[in-house]
Design a protein around this ligand. Structure first.
Ligand code: SF4
Length: 423
């Protein structure tokens, strides 16, 4: 299928700008997991990510102080000759977003939490766009299934179509402000069926409207290892095969540089990646699982097949589970972590997986922060949310049921909690 025609968005300036849109190769991006307050560590990580081919690097900006930290990170990178465009990730504060034009090259906002009052959110977004115009700053309208916010669920519901309609409302605001060629839209979900349906619905609506914005595609909270790569690959490949997607993030609960080889594989398979010689190599294992995920995942997600033959039983089961055709183990939702994460998320996720592998028909989330984690857990049955300072809160659904327990006890308590309610 040919690539969907979209507007093109310029992120950054001069020779180092990156163009996102249908006339350009698919852009590969990732996100730092260092604390933004630790300027030196974030600069080091940006340099590593840049060397390994990240074309856009996102950094969380959780406080106004971090706006200044981001400025220092940008300046230090420029001094070292690293000019990758930087994307600021903002949640729960339109004030922080307002302070970022001129510092970040692109600002990711989440309509679900941009401002608690919807009318205010609309007003603030209009002001933000005007500020961004002054500096040439782009915006990502980043809707997540797990954090739609009450105005979206009350107004549109909690479905893939609702996500697309909410995105259209924000795109209409951008059109009204003549800002449509500076916005990129994402509609992420951890559930691959929801994610694929949401982007398809948005593509239909934008075509009908006659204004097609550039799209950032990715599966959120995909987890790690083979399972995380497969889950991202089946959904992203499905969309890219259908011509949908201009920039890709493969979100893994691993060091962020590990995301890049899978993202490049997808960008190369379905459209040229920007970098001629890709600076990160796939392992043999990655190539093996990604070849299978891309061969069968899109067909499974489109309903063209219900199963497939594969000598590797584990790979077969993982692909079917990623496409939500069969559940042979717990479904895990784990965020990649970012500068808000205050504990060993990657190690904890491995411990949770090991302790809960024997359960079935259960969705377990492991989230990196107490601010965003609970809202992003989507349809998890149980959640492990690290608060930092050695404390954890456990959730059943969206309800915190065991609060502020020491990390050392938390995995065991999670297992007890699951046993109690699955008995
Ligand atoms: S849920 Fe995870 S990725 Fe999202 S803000 Fe919190 S730590 Fe960062």
């Amino acid at each position: 299928m040919s690539k969907m025609e979209t507007l093109s968005v310029k992120v950054g300036s001069g020779a180092h700008a990156v163009l996102i849109g249908s006339g350009h190769p698919i852009v590969v991006q990732t996100m730092c997991n260092t604390s933004t307050g630790d300027v030196a560590a974030t600069v080091r990580q940006c340099i590593t990510l840049s060397r390994k081919g990240a074309e856009l690097i996102r950094i969380t900006v959780p406080t106004l102080q971090d706006v200044e930290n981001l400025r220092q990170i940008r300046d230090a990178l420029h001094e070292k000759g690293v000019f990758r465009p930087l994307v600021a990730d903002v949640h729960f504060s339109s004030d922080i977003a307002m302070a970022l034009p001129g510092i970040a090259d692109k600002i990711r906002i989440n309509p679900g939490n941009f401002h608690p009052v919807h009318e205010k959110a609309r007003e603030r977004f209009a002001v933000l766009m005007e500020k961004c115009k002054v500096y040439g700053t782009a915006i990502r309208i980043g809707i997540n299934h797990g954090s739609l916010g009450s105005y979206i669920t009350e107004k549109y519901g909690n479905t893939p179509e609702a996500m697309a309609l909410a995105a259209m409302e924000w795109l209409e605001m951008a059109i009204e402000a003549d800002f449509q060629d500076k916005v990129v839209i994402s509609l992420k979900a951890s559930n691959t069926v929801v994610m694929v349906e949401a982007y398809r619905a948005l593509a239909r609506l934008m075509r009908k409207r006659g204004v097609v914005a550039a799209l950032h595609v990715g599966v959120t909270e995909a987890g790690n290892g083979d399972a995380g790569r497969i889950k991202s690959a089946v959904a992203i490949a499905t969309l890219l095969e259908e011509g949908i997607g201009n920039t890709v993030r493969v979100s893994l609960t691993e060091p962020p540089e590990n995301e890049l080889s899978t993202a490049y594989y997808l960008a190369e398979r379905y459209g040229l990646a920007h970098t001629g010689s890709i600076p990160c190599q796939l392992t043999e294992r990655e190539r093996y699982i990604l070849d299978a995920a891309c061969a069968y995942g899109p067909k499974l997600l489109r309903g063209e097949i219900e199963d497939f033959a594969c000598d590797d039983a584990t790979l077969h089961d993982e692909i079917l589970q990623a496409c939500r055709k069969r559940f042979y183990r717990p479904e895990y939702i784990a965020c990649p972590g970012c500068g808000r994460t205050m504990y060993d998320l990657q190690g904890t996720f491995e411990r949770v997986k090991a302790a809960t592998a024997g359960f079935s028909n259960v969705v377990i989330a492991v989230m990196g922060c107490i601010v965003n984690g609970p809202g992003e857990m989507a349809d998890a049955d149980y959640g492990y949310v690290g608060e930092g300072r050695g404390l954890v809160t456990l959730y059943r659904g969206r309800t915190p049921v065991i609060r502020h327990i020491p990390e050392a006890e938390a995995v065991e308590k999670l297992v007890e909690l699951i046993k109690e309610f699955s008995a």
